[in-house]
Design a protein around this ligand. Sequence first.
Ligand SMILES: [Zn+2]
Length: 280
Amino acid sequence: MELPELTILARQMKDELVGKQISEVKIANPKCLNMPFKQFVKAIIGRTIKSVANKGKWLFIELDLDYFLLFNPGMGVDIIHFETSNQLPEKVHIKFTLNDQTGFSVRVWWFCYLHLVRKNKLIEHKLTGKLGISPLDKRFTLNLFKSLLIKRRSNIKSFLLDQKNIAGIGNVYIQDILYNAKLHPKRKIPSLSATEIEALYASMKSVLKESIELGGLAYERNFYGEKGGYGKKQFKIAYKPDNPCPICQTPIQKIKTGSTSSFICSNCQPLNVKNGEATN
Ligand SMILES: [Zn+2]
């Protein structure tokens, strides 16, 4: 789950949940909480949901009395709305019931975080306090992007995946984002030309926006349990090892880049660039 899926989820949750009161909460594994379960329940029962938004890969559920419920889906989750609690899917890890008997259930693939934080403590929250700007935020201009890259020495892929720099891109969308900009994931930031930075900026926006328009990734579900429409057909090189590059037909390679895997066309995304001429 990356920025498009979380953006869609936050919009749908906002539509369904705002103005409703939390009347019951069930949590199978309280390890996801930042406080003992009893304390969490005491604080959260009776709270009214005021707003839902996402910041990068985190959901921010704003409650009355200046509380925020912060949720991170980890490797992935199904957060599904229910009309009455007898429609619940079988294996549910977290369940919120609201005062009109609707609510939502959470099924976690691996782990998740569900932290209750007071508004005045948000800035100190370790996992979200330092999140970078969303690439779809209106304030994320080309000039701002350029300013974030100044004096940075790392490779471009690890920079983009670091949620403190820019929040919301993960190892799925990054593949085609870099491919569109013809950038090898290991290119060092100081080696990027102005044209390449502009191409990267445009690619980030276009890939993420297209996915939102299509409802997010085809293997992820939205708040109504429906799968998205962004899948194999939309991916250019992501998760397509040995397929031909759509531009030059070179077989797509899967390579290791630090702790992540990358899919690249070695011809379109050369690692070494000298005097404006690409060499492999
Ligand atoms: Zn190619």
